[in-house]
Design a binder for this molecule. Structure first.
Ligand code: NAG
Ligand code: NAG
Ligand code: NAG
Ligand code: NAG
Ligand code: NAG
Ligand code: NAG
Ligand code: NAG
Length: 618
């Protein structure tokens, strides 16, 4: 190429007047070059149909400045039959009869021509059988980007998830054409029909847990959002508005995040489920090890302020709030808590000035917000003194049981605590973050879930200072795990709620309004309980976790005037290593039964069980 360019130049300078071009180069970069550009990774999940040659190119006329690349598809000369591309989805595509799928993409022809034809947009089985299709008329004159949006309503369900989303042209008519495509999208029906919304089955599983808050921008590990470098951090303004304006980013866990699920999508999700948002802001530390110097924090503090204003600002007073209004939400979203960073014990030495500078700037502007610190609790000493701390615990099932008194010794002085991430993830205390070969769990087990439940009885007992708690991580695609175990696993076709999910659901759906002190469990024992009262229904609710194999016999003595003769027991129990997995999705689910209750009654807690007893008492 270089040689021919010189030849051309030499020839032209003799024979022609050559237009003089001066090219100046900016010393500052506008955007990083994605490592996937020009690599086969960018073509992951894409397939050629009938010899079309798809490639990823840096488009000379990009569809938007946020999306500089396009998928270039060449219909080879002499083609016949349908020629184009297929995409196998995110490890498969579930195709269900009667569901409406919304498909969209942008396209432009590389060169103007008199070609007239149509795109066939379809869902097909992996062997090429069409499940549903529709045609969109196109002409070769369309050399500027044009969006195609169609709905597909299959009348037959596919027998497996090995299906493709395909776009083809008739090869003989389109022979020689080059088409550029961008921003493909295929959505099944969404939860509450939100455009760009949540998959119904996953969202419903979460909704059924009746969560009261959601930690965002991602529920587990803001690590996802911290980025390995400062440039790769999650930035709220790159995740709102039209998808065409969302550049996406390389996330911490080694794959590209499209940010199709952006800040406003999370907030709408909170609204749909009646959840509060606990929102994190980036606090000047990238996981690769860089802490922004104190003198350089200004723009990042401003960006955090803008992020908060986008959520709660007055649309007449603040530009980010006006943006929210223009996107269809004039009213502020509810927000009470802002978390400054995530797991900042990774950079505790710089957190002292980062916490100080962020909170000193933000607290006066947002006096009603409570800011949460994320380094180790009370370490380092921070100023201003944090009103709340976020505590994370990943450990063994027995650690959780042994630490169910974790918060009992904390001073009651106005400081409150958020158990922002916890899970029993390994049975090997000398290798908590190891592999399944050394005890790491792939899915929660009945043993891990009962350990967590033991710990949660302690959270309930300490609910005067522990204001919220969330298992982590929440979701896992079984075909592509970066971390196990997870609360809810799924694949393209199904959802697999774990034993831990059922524990969370049992605790969440059986919350009380007030805690009733009772005989304390033995601190280093294996049997744990907590007692609450639900005022509206006059119910006493007792949660019990038995963390070992042998059953335990409990007797309750209740001081009330009258206690119903019967109550309900909801019990989750199974073998120590029993897990709900794709092959045994419903191995352990809660079962209800009626039990005898009264002013004094006995209950046998099965080995490895979590029980919720409820009955009326006055
Ligand atoms: C369809 O998907 C399968 C994987 O499920 C893949 O092997 C095949 O190449 C795809 N075909 C098309 C046309 O996309
Ligand atoms: C987001 O805002 C920051 C300034 O806070 C700016 O540097 C960045 O370019 C913006 N990103 C997008 C995608 O608009
Ligand atoms: C509460 O006690 C803890 C531990 O002693 C201390 O670090 C924290 O600053 C105290 N909070 C207040 C508001 O005094
Ligand atoms: C626990 O982890 C250690 C360190 O990896 C390993 O040597 C040991 O074999 C593990 N124990 C079990 C029971 O897997
Ligand atoms: C439990 O703790 C008590 C008090 O610390 C101690 O005396 C007892 O030995 C412990 N029991 C076991 C089984 O560890
Ligand atoms: C569960 O534990 C039992 C008894 O230790 C063992 O026989 C079985 O293979 C284990 N099952 C799984 C799925 O690990
Ligand atoms: C079990 O009982 C609880 C509490 O009464 C109830 O909410 C739940 O729907 C019941 N579950 C089943 C499977 O009947």
């Amino acid at each position: 190429m270089l040689i021919s360019a010189f030849e051309l130049w030499g020839f032209a300078s003799i024979a022609l007047v050559v237009q003089a071009v001066t090219v100046t180069v900016s010393p500052t970069a506008s955007h990083p070059v994605p490592t996937t550009l020009y690599t086969t990774a960018a073509l992951n999940a894409w397939h050629s149909i009938n010899g079309a040659a798809p490639s990823v190119v840096a488009d000379i006329l990009p569809v938007s400045s946020a999306l500089p690349n396009s998928l270039q598809v060449t219909i080879p000369a002499g083609s016949t039959g349908p020629v184009g591309v297929g995409n196998e989805g995110y490890f498969g595509i579930k195709v269900t009869a009667g569901s409406t799928y919304t498909a969209s993409f942008h396209y432009r022809f590389a060169k103007a021509s008199s070609f007239k034809g149509s795109f066939k947009v379809a869902l097909q089985t992996a062997t090429g059988r069409s499940l549903v299709s529709t045609s969109v008329t196109v002409t070769g004159e369309t050399t500027k980007w044009q969006e195609v949006k169609v709905t597909l309503r299959p009348t037959i369900s596919a027998s497996s998830i090995a299906n493709n989303f395909t776009v083809t042209l008739d090869g003989s008519a389109a022979s020689g054409q080059i088409v550029h495509f961008a921003l493909f999208s295929l959505f099944p029906p969404t939860f509450k029909n939100r455009p760009n919304g949540m998959r119904v089955d996953i969202a419903t599983t979460l909704a059924e847990m009746h969560p009261s808050f959601f930690r965002l921008p991602v529920s587990h590990c803001f690590l996802f959002s911290q980025g390995q470098t400062v440039d790769q951090r999650w930035q709220w303004n790159a995740t709102v508005g039209p998808l065409l304006n969302r550049p996406g980013r390389i996330g911490h866990w080694g794959y590209i995040n499209t940010d199709g699920l952006g800040l406003m999508d999370y907030l709408n999700w909170c609204e749909d489920l009646g959840m509060q948002a606990i929102m994190a802001i980036w606090s000047g530390f990238a996981l690769g090890g860089t802490s922004v110097a104190e003198a350089d924090l200004g723009p990042y503090i401003q960006q955090a302020m803008d992020q908060i204003n986008f959520v709660i600002g007055d649309s007449k007073m603040s530009v980010p709030a006006a943006l929210r209004a223009s996107l269809g939400h004039p009213d502020p979203y509810p927000l009470a808590y802002v978390e400054v960073g995530n797991e900042d014990f990774f950079a505790a030495s710089t957190y002292t000035y980062r916490w100080h500078d962020f909170v000193s700037a933000l607290q006066p502007k947002f006096p009603n917000l409570r800011f949460i610190a994320t380094s180790n609790t009370f370490n380092p000493i921070l100023s201003p003194n944090p009103q709340s701390w976020d505590q994370h615990n990943y450990n063994t099932p027995s650690w959780f049981a042994e630490n169910s008194f974790f918060y009992d010794g904390f001073e009651r002085n106005g400081t409150t605590y958020f158990e922002g991430e916890y899970a029993a993830i390994s049975t090997n205390s000398s290798d908590i973050f190891g592999t399944p070969a050394t005890g790491r769990l792939t899915f929660p087990t009945m043993q891990s879930a009962s350990g967590e439940a033991a710990y949660m009885t302690g959270l309930e007992r300490n609910a005067d200072i522990v204001f919220s708690a969330s298992y982590a991580p929440l979701l896992n695609h079984v075909a592509n795990s970066q971390w196990t175990p997870n609360l809810i696993s799924f694949d393209a076709g199904n959802v697999y709620p774990s034993t831990s999910y059922y524990v969370q659901k049992l605790f969440s759906l059986n919350r009380g309004d007030e805690y009733l002190p009772s005989t304390l469990p033995v601190q280093n024992g294996t049997l744990f309980w907590s007692v609450v009262r639900k005022i509206s229904t006059q119910q006493i609710i007792i949660k019990i976790s038995n963390t070992v194999e042998s059953a335990a016999d409990l007797t309750f003595e209740l001081p009330f005037r009258s206690v119903a003769k019967t109550g309900t027991a909801q019990v989750l129990t199974g073998a120590a290593n029993a897990s709900n997995t794709p092959t045994t999705p419903n191995l352990v689910v809660p079962k209800n039964s009626t039990i005898a209750t009264g002013k004094r009654f006995s209950y046998i807690a099965p080995g490895f069980s979590v029980s919720v007893l409820s009955f009326i008492a006055h």
